[in-house]
Ligand binder design. Sequence first.
Ligand SMILES: NC(=O)c1ccc[n+]([C@@H]2O[C@H](COP(=O)([O-])OP(=O)(O)OC[C@H]3O[C@@H](n4cnc5c(N)ncnc54)[C@H](O)[C@@H]3O)[C@@H](O)[C@H]2O)c1
Ligand SMILES: O=C/C=C/C=C(\O)C(=O)O
Length: 486
Amino acid sequence: MKDIKHYINGQYVGSASGKLFDNVNPANGQVISKVHEAGREEVDAAVKAAKSALRGPWGKMTLEERTGILHKVADGINARFEEFLEAECLDTGKPRSLASHIDIPRGAANFKVFADMIKNVPTESFEMPTPDGTGALNYAVRRPKGVIGVISPWNLPLLLMTWKVGPALACGNTVVVKPSEETPTTTALLGDVMKDAGVPDGVFNVVHGFGGDSAGAFLTEHPMVDGFTFTGETGTGEVIMKAAAKGIRDISLELGGKNAGLVFADCDMDKAIEGTMRSAFANCGQVCLGTERVYVERSIFDEFVGRLKEAAEGIKIGPPDDIEADMGPLVSLKHREKVLSYYQKAVDDGATLVTGGGVPEMPEALAGGAWVQPTIWTGLPEDSAVITDEIFGPCVHLCPFDNEEEAIELANSLPYGLASAIWSENITRAHRVAGQIEAGIIWVNSWFLRDLRTPFGGSKQSGIGREGGVHSLEFYTEMKNICVKL
Ligand SMILES: NC(=O)c1ccc[n+]([C@@H]2O[C@H](COP(=O)([O-])OP(=O)(O)OC[C@H]3O[C@@H](n4cnc5c(N)ncnc54)[C@H](O)[C@@H]3O)[C@@H](O)[C@H]2O)c1
Ligand SMILES: O=C/C=C/C=C(\O)C(=O)O
């Protein structure tokens, strides 16, 4: 069976401890590969390789050379598209149709976009008067921050990891990546692509393992890492923030959410149903931007519930290679336990089950998979844990509202603030409501429509900082002001 090794200083290496863990295909429960678990020794080697690579050829390259290499990395992903696609689908169980349209193309785009951006974003300059009349000139320059620790989750593994590695490398940093233990393969494959593209050894390093008391914690505790970028749960973000405090290291945190959809009576119902289907069920509901609570204006509530039920019942569940499958399994049986505990909680809290609520029957070959039904509820009180907690499954609660103020209040009622989707054909209302929602990303009559130049991140407990566009450049560089007395 294939074993997945760390990628340190340009070489694939195993763990000195010989410790391996299973990588499981969530569509059938079978072990796909064995993964080396990094100890402190491997993490230390990776961080030291990254540190010394800053002073090697990478640090001396012209911007043109560096960004040229990053274009080759993107081309390398595209050249091995099928291999990345296969690996991502095996690790996550997601439909090939989804991964081939979103995950893998974005993996390549994340390198191209930031390679081009860093060449085109100016820095500031200020002339100032001085008492002697000669004046002074201030100008800012960007320098890499240093070694960046990248810790990424399992829901969009290649997309979310490269969303950080792309800009980090474009800005001249070196990285040590700790991908999720659930989905190590595409990050491991990227080592080969980096090598072929001419990325010098030590610039891109990967260590595998778990979070606490494993590779994740060893990385955040390592004093030679200069900054951390993390996407994952809010609770894990708190732990990482504490670790980063030691030595005053910078952080960028993209965390959980419990995003609200708001559907007004003046919406285009077809668009609202199609969008809510995606925002509730895409990637088996495992998208941080997903809407697990949707508020619908009372006059169209019954129609909306009926139409969403009909659409959800048309979802075809199946493994990645089933070309008709719209939805795969959850990422693991462990995650399914969590999602099903909320399905039970909904019953206990008196929900009306509109559809789903359990585990679908699957053919015998897939019986060991983490399958779950797309689920819709109504009738829960707003303080139910089903409404207040991020479940991260294919489920949504629908609740009626009577006026705009109430809709805004409901949307803003939780301590999260990642994203929101507003459905209304009244442009004035849409702007007015969008302006009042406490979230980092608001979509009007769309969902997960991404322009990589825009600020991306969460407010409240959904994160700190913004990535995307110039905001990524802000995080991944140190700005230095040089003041010249003339
Ligand atoms: N805001 C966003 O952009 C965004 C995007 C995708 C996912 N998410 C969030 O991610 C979560 C799902 O992903 P997950 O379950 O993989 O998250 P998670 O927090 O469990 O794990 C994310 C990563 O952190 C590592 N980790 C865990 N504990 C750690 C520790 N103590 N120290 C260092 N590293 C540690 C894990 O091994 C993994 O690599 C959801 O909450 C979702 O909302 C947010
Ligand atoms: O699951 C969360 C999705 C995050 C998406 C991005 O970070 C992105 O599109 O850049």
